[in-house]
Each structure stands twice: as structure tokens, then as C-alpha cells.
Design a protein around this ligand. Structure first.
Ligand SMILES: *[C@@H]1O[C@H](CO)[C@@H](O)[C@H](O)[C@H]1NC(C)=O
Ligand SMILES: *[C@@H]1O[C@H](CO)[C@@H](O)[C@H](O)[C@H]1NC(C)=O
Ligand SMILES: *[C@@H]1O[C@H](CO)[C@@H](O)[C@H](O)[C@H]1NC(C)=O
Ligand SMILES: *[C@@H]1O[C@H](CO)[C@@H](O)[C@H](O)[C@H]1NC(C)=O
Length: 281
């Protein structure tokens, strides 16, 4: 790590020296280097102000040396898919070297003649965003349902197999199930350790709505929870639908009565007031 740091400082000094000493052949650095990562599909983005340069991306995990990225060597695009390289539970740093488009031999590039930029550190296990999950709800009996969640697939392949988030996070992957009685505002959350969960103690005959998000409590607070899924509702039975309609009818009737009474009262007052004032005391 010490030599990495020294390298870093050396790089910064060199870049500074190049920029200050050789402004007639100014070489642009990659700017605004940022990670965009969802379900372990990890892409590094940057911006550039010149078009006649190419970029080579190097990365390091816990190692003491830089490795050239497989896909992003002397490229003119300003994004690099690092999903196949940045995939273990470690913190990665990336260096983007600017290389001249016309540069044939690597000699000058090896000497770090051209400037380079560094990415912010990134650990996919802690920081990749988790997308919304798909799930189904099956009614077991009048007070219980089963929620079955499909573990999202990741951008990481192991041989032929595309790993799911369950393959990667194992028991650290949990799901947050949020549900509420249709028409009420009170929500309840439960945490499920597995991809199938039973939700019990539901009111018989009631309609309920469910939403699910991946939840990884071992991650930092800001990235613990994945995106919320769309909601899925189960219908209540006809009786309670009837009761609901009945409640609305009663409420409407009540409102009509109150309005009528108010209107009648006002009319009364308007009729009474003039007669009162005109009556001599
Ligand atoms: C994750 O999503 C948040 C919110 O959309 C965004 O600000 C952040 O940059 C994303 N992180 C990564 C690594 O893509
Ligand atoms: C959820 O299902 C839809 C349609 O079947 C699919 O397009 C989408 O990729 C799935 N999402 C996840 C995270 O599995
Ligand atoms: C509901 O889930 C429980 C426990 O996960 C399981 O034993 C049961 O077979 C499931 N029932 C249905 C109808 O899927
Ligand atoms: C990733 O590393 C952190 C810190 O070493 C550890 O707490 C966590 O359990 C690891 N996660 C997985 C899924 O291996």
C-alpha cells in the first residue's frame, strides 16, 4: 500500500509538472470520473475536453500493482465496463491514462509521460445499487400469504453461469417486505432471511398490498436497501368490498345531511335577522 501511495504522489507530481512545464503540448486528463453500478454491472464514466486522445484504464484491488483492464486499452470512448474485473469484496482504485491517438509504441505511456486521473475508491459489495425485485404473492389461507421473491441476477458470470445476488451475498441478502391494508395508511415491514416468506396475521377478507426490496444489513446504511418493487395487491372478499362501498355510501349520506342542515340554518338566520333588527325594542 505504501508503494501505491508513493506511486500516487509521483503520478500527481508528474502530472503537475507536465501541465506547468509543457503547456504548448497540453494533454487533457479524464475528468469527472465516476462509478455507475447496478447489480454488479459496473461501468466507469468520465468526461474529456479533447477528441484526439485515447484512454487506457488500469485498476487495482488489494494488490500493490496496477493491472490493465481487459477491454479498455487505448479506447476513445469515455466509459469502461469493469464488471468482469471489479467483482470481489475489495476496494478498487482505477487510474485512467491519457494516451495520444497517434502513439504507436507504449514507451512514453509506460514512463507516465501523459497525465492520468484517479477514480474514487469503489467496493462493489458495499456500493453497487440493487435494482427492484420481482415477486409473487400466493394466498395460503384467510390470514396468511406466501411471498416468493426472484433473486435478481448480477452482472457477474462464473463460467456459463450468471450469478444471482443470492450466490454473491449468500445469507447476508435479506428482503424487506412492506405491506398495508388496502385503503389504510398504516404500513408494516418485515425482514425475511430467505427468498420465500410467509406473512401471517392478516385480517380475513381484507385486501392487502405488498412491496419488496432487497436488504443487506451488513452494508453501510446508505446502500443497505435496494429499490422498491412495484406493488402487488390481493383482493379482499366481496363482503368486505360491499362493506367498503357501504361505508362510502354512509359517509356521503352523512356529508349530504350536514351540508343540508348548514344551508337550512343559514336560510333561517337570514330570515330571522332582518325581522329582529326591524322590531322596535
Ligand atoms: C446508486 O444510486 C444512487 C441514487 O440513484 C446514485 O446517486 C448513486 O450514484 C448510485 N451509485 C452507483 C455506484 O451507481
Ligand atoms: C422482472 O420481470 C420482468 C418481466 O418478466 C423482467 O423484464 C425484469 O428483468 C425482471 N426483473 C428482475 C430484477 O429480475
Ligand atoms: C408457504 O410457505 C411455507 C413456508 O415457507 C411453506 O411451507 C408452504 O408450503 C407454502 N405454501 C404455499 C401454498 O405455497
Ligand atoms: C465483505 O467484506 C466485509 C468486510 O470485510 C464483510 O463484513 C462482509 O461480510 C463481506 N461480505 C461478503 C458477502 O462476503
Amino acid at each position: 500500500m505504501a508503494s501505491l501511495k508513493t506511486g500516487l504522489y509521483l503520478g500527481v507530481c508528474l502530472s503537475a509538472w507536465i501541465i506547468t512545464s509543457a503547456d504548448e503540448n497540453f494533454v487533457p486528463k479524464a475528468e469527472n470520473v465516476r462509478w455507475v453500478s447496478v447489480d454488479f454491472t459496473t461501468i466507469l464514466h468520465w468526461t474529456t475536453t479533447a477528441s484526439d486522445y485515447k484512454y487506457t484504464v488500469l485498476y487495482t484491488g488489494n494488490e500493490d500493482f496496477w493491472m490493465e483492464s481487459f477491454h479498455c486499452i487505448q479506447m476513445s470512448e469515455t466509459a469502461c465496463d469493469l464488471s468482469t474485473e471489479v467483482k470481489t469484496n475489495s476496494t478498487y482504485n482505477v487510474k485512467i491514462k491519457t494516451v495520444a491517438a497517434t502513439e504507436d509504441d507504449d514507451y512514453d505511456n509506460e514512463l507516465d509521460k501523459f497525465p492520468h486521473s484517479y477514480s474514487p475508491p469503489f467496493n462493489p459489495f458495499r456500493e453497487t445499487n440493487i435494482s427492484a425485485v420481482n415477486f409473487t404473492v400466493q394466498v395460503v389461507d384467510e390470514s396468511r400469504v406466501n411471498v416468493t421473491i426472484t433473486d435478481p441476477l448480477s452482472g457477474i458470470h462464473e463460467g456459463e453461469k450468471q450469478l444471482s445476488l443470492r450466490d454473491i451475498f449468500k445469507s447476508e441478502l435479506k428482503y424487506k417486505i412492506s405491506y398495508y391494508k388496502f385503503g389504510s395508511t398504516g404500513k408494516r415491514d418485515i425482514i425475511s432471511d430467505s427468498s420465500t416468506a410467509e406473512v401471517s396475521e392478516l385480517n380475513a377478507g381484507q385486501s392487502y398490498c405488498f412491496m419488496v426490496a432487497a436488504f443487506i444489513p451488513t452494508r453501510p446504511k446508505s446502500t443497505q436497501q435496494g429499490a422498491w418493487s412495484a406493488q402487488t395487491c390481493i383482493p379482499g372478499d366481496e363482503l368486505s368490498l360491499g362493506a367498503w362501498v357501504g361505508a362510502v355510501v354512509i359517509l356521503l349520506t352523512f356529508v349530504v345531511i350536514v351540508v343540508t342542515v348548514i344551508v337550512l340554518c343559514c336560510k333561517c338566520c337570514q330570515q330571522n335577522n332582518p325581522s329582529q333588527s326591524s322590531t322596535p325594542v
